[in-house]
Every structure is written in C-alpha cells, then in structure tokens.
Ligand binder design. Sequence first.
Ligand SMILES: Nc1ncnc2c1ncn2[C@@H]1O[C@H](COP(=O)(O)OP(=O)(O)OP(=O)(O)O)[C@@H](O)[C@H]1O
Ligand SMILES: Cc1ncc(C[n+]2csc(CCOP(=O)(O)O)c2C)c(N)n1
Ligand SMILES: [Mg+2]
Length: 326
Amino acid sequence: MRKLVAMQQTLGSLGEDRVLERILSHIDPGDHVSVGPGDDAAVSTLPGPTVTTTDMLVEESDFLREWLDPYRLGIKAAAQNISDIYAMGATPHGLLMSLSAPSDTHIDVIEEFTRGLNDEAQRAGAAIIGGDLSTGGLITIAITAVGYLRTEPILRSGARPNDGVFLAGTVGHAAAGLDLLFAGHRLGNSDTDTFIETQLAPRPDYTTATRLPGWAHAGIDASDGLSGDLGKVARKSGVDIELDPEAIAGLAQQVLPAARILGDPDLALTWVLHGGEDHGYLVTGPADMAPVGLTRIGTCVTGTGKLTLDGTDIQPGAFTHFSEAQ
Ligand SMILES: Nc1ncnc2c1ncn2[C@@H]1O[C@H](COP(=O)(O)OP(=O)(O)OP(=O)(O)O)[C@@H](O)[C@H]1O
Ligand SMILES: Cc1ncc(C[n+]2csc(CCOP(=O)(O)O)c2C)c(N)n1
Ligand SMILES: [Mg+2]
C-alpha cells in the first residue's frame, strides 16, 4: 500500500492544483510583498527604481538528469538570477518561478527544488512572489528576479583607466565541477566536492556584493567565464584590462587539484579564464578604497577594449548557447 501511495506521487497523478499547494507549502512569505503567490499577479512596493532579470535552466543544456539534485538545482536557479541583480548594484526583492516538467516527475523533485530556491532567495533577503506551471518533455525552469536600486546602477560600461579590477567569490570552480561530473565524479569525495558543489549549487558572495554600490565603477557577474565577461566590461567601457599574472596563477592554483584528478594540469588555467557559472563578481573601481572581500586581479588602462594576460590578448573562450563547436 505504501509503495502504491509513493508511486502515485507524480505531477500527473496529483494534478496542477495539488502540485501548486505542495509548492506553496515551501515558500516563506516576503516581508515587503503586499500580495504574494495565489492571485493573478503579485503586488509589491519597491523603495527604489526596479531592476529585473531572467535566466533559465534547461535539462540537457544546463544540467543532466543523471546528476539532477533538485534542492541544489533550486539554489542554482535562484543564485544565477539574484547574482545579476547584485551585479547591477541593486537589492534583490522577489523571484518568479516558472517550471515545466514531464508528468511522470515525482513531486519530491519539485518540492526539493522549491525548498532550494526558497532558501537561496532568503539568503539574499528576497521572496518567491509567484510563478507558473506547465508540462513538457524536459525539465525547464525560468526564473525572473526583481530588485531595486538605492544608488546609481553599476554598468558594464563604467570602467575607467587606473581602476583596479577585482573578483568577489571564485572563478573556474563550477567549470571544474562540470568536467568532473562529465567524467563520472559525483558528490561524496572530499577531493572533488567543493568543485561539484559549485557547479550544482553556486553560492555567490552576496555579502561582498552589497558593499559594491557607491564604490564600483563597473561590474558583471561571471556567468559565462572571466574571458567573456571581463572582455565585455573592457569593450563596453573602452578600456584595456590587464590581468595580473600572479593573481591569475593563484586562482588557477585553487582548481589545480581537480585538473590533476582529470589528468591534465593545463585545465586549471582554462577553467579560470573561460569557465562560467560560479557567479563571482568582476568589478572595477578605485583600487585604494576597495571594500573588503575583493581580490585584486588586474588593472584598467587606456585602450580600445582588449583583455590581456602577460601582454597576450585573451579571446573569449566562454560557453555560449547555440554554438555548434561545443
Ligand atoms: N530573448 C531575449 N530578449 C531580449 N533580451 C534578451 C534576450 N536574451 C538576452 N537578452 C538580454 O541580453 C543581455 C545579455 O543576456 P545574458 O543572458 O547573456 O545575460 P548575462 O548577464 O550576460 O548572462 P547571465 O544571464 O548568464 O548572467 C541581457 O541584458 C538580457 O536581458
Ligand atoms: C549539461 C551541461 N552542459 C553545459 C553546461 C555549462 N553551461 C551551461 S550554461 C553556461 C553559462 C551560463 O549560461 P547562461 O548565459 O544561459 O546563464 C554554462 C557554462 C552545464 N552546466 N550543463
Ligand atoms: Mg550576468
């Protein structure tokens, strides 16, 4: 009998209304939300200009079913959106969660996903304010994050010559985790856990991110990789960015153990320069007044939008969707 009950707990057997009830049972109400999930739309009063962003997670493109960990996927779905709000110098307020999954998906997957999403939203002081459900062949998640500004936004175009270039958080760990997962490694091994954990459930440094407004001239969250993302800052700002070889070597050192496990130490630098999904913050600003929590990794100089390391141009090698080269 117990087995029968367990077998019935699919989205298809429960139906949309009961699935929604289960989802809502894991959502904490937001302090500043007038109307949360349950009506036609959410109602909030934001104390400053609104900042909105959206980011998807799609099975096969962003994660594989064989390493699906729904709680961690919830964290990742929240983090990759909240991270863009902080990258603008804004404060997270709410998340909208749209989710499509096959009807034979067990309800536990959706409940665990919601718990992860809710917990990560709470870590950033935000609440889940609504969403939508649908059904389809692959698990597809689209999150919209809403935040607000207390100061001017931090743009990709604001870097100035003589700015220091800094990192909050990590780069390359999630890419190391991805290659470890592809090679068959899973959580449960102290040598590789930190990297796989960052791939499955990145935890951006929100505390340092809150110190950036008012100081940072430019910023971006490193989702696509340092080469691509810092390259965008250089191009949009019309400055050259010279990476500090020692700082980059220090970052590569952090992921070297994973590269050794995979039998190719050169992977370490590749992950650091081109790996995405850690959602570290890459920011520029006056070097002598940098807030705590930042690591100096380079300098902005007068130029035309190049990113260089040891005098060599670094071309974007970051992940892009629709690329037939992948
Ligand atoms: N389908 C779309 N319609 C309109 N604007 C889009 C669309 N896709 C992307 N954009 C816009 O293009 C810009 C870059 O999008 P992208 O998803 O690469 O964001 P990102 O911050 O660089 O990366 P990430 O989302 O991984 O942090 C954003 O301003 C985004 O709103
Ligand atoms: C199965 C699988 N294949 C590849 C990747 C790597 N990956 C997916 S999206 C992305 C960059 C950010 O994308 P976006 O700009 O959409 O936020 C990266 C590096 C993965 N996580 N899982
Ligand atoms: Mg971004």
